[in-house]
Design a protein around this ligand. Sequence first.
Ligand SMILES: [Fe+2]
Length: 188
Amino acid sequence: MIDFIKIGEVGNIPALQFEVLKNQALFDEFTIRQEYRGTAHGDTKTIPLRLGKSITPETKAEDLTPHIMLDEMEFEDWGNFDKFPAVRATISEIMDAMNLVELGWATIVSLKPGGKIEPHKDEGEYCANFSRLHVCIYSEQDVSVIMVNREPYLVKVGDIITFDNKAEHSAGNRSKTHERIHLIFDAR
Ligand SMILES: [Fe+2]
């Protein structure tokens, strides 16, 4: 059983870091992903780039249900995506290289120093059909860990990785001082 694969490395990390730095105020605009009841993402902040169509700027945390998160199969770019041309180009390059043709959700996620994403499984029609990809944009060295089936995998800046998010997984940022920022997207 393969739980976790490093696919490769991104060549233009400084461009991605620069886009996040320039736009980091956006981390405080969309907060419902870390606020809805039962979220595993309480230690994170997010810049959404592309989301399920039923989520709008008016959606409140109490409207966000596992059904919306895990079963919706139609997606739309969020206004922020245009502010991240290097991120968009990186996603396209990775999808082309992997023969993936449809982009699902795409978000930039910051995990706070010492923060954790609690163990969970991603279930539902959406997760069954899309692969989850991560690019580590910013992290202190040797502190970004993803656990799949309780096995830890270290993610380094620039790494492109994928893992079985239908299996139990969790994540942690072992830095005491710096956030860990990943681009996370789903494609098929
Ligand atoms: Fe997950």
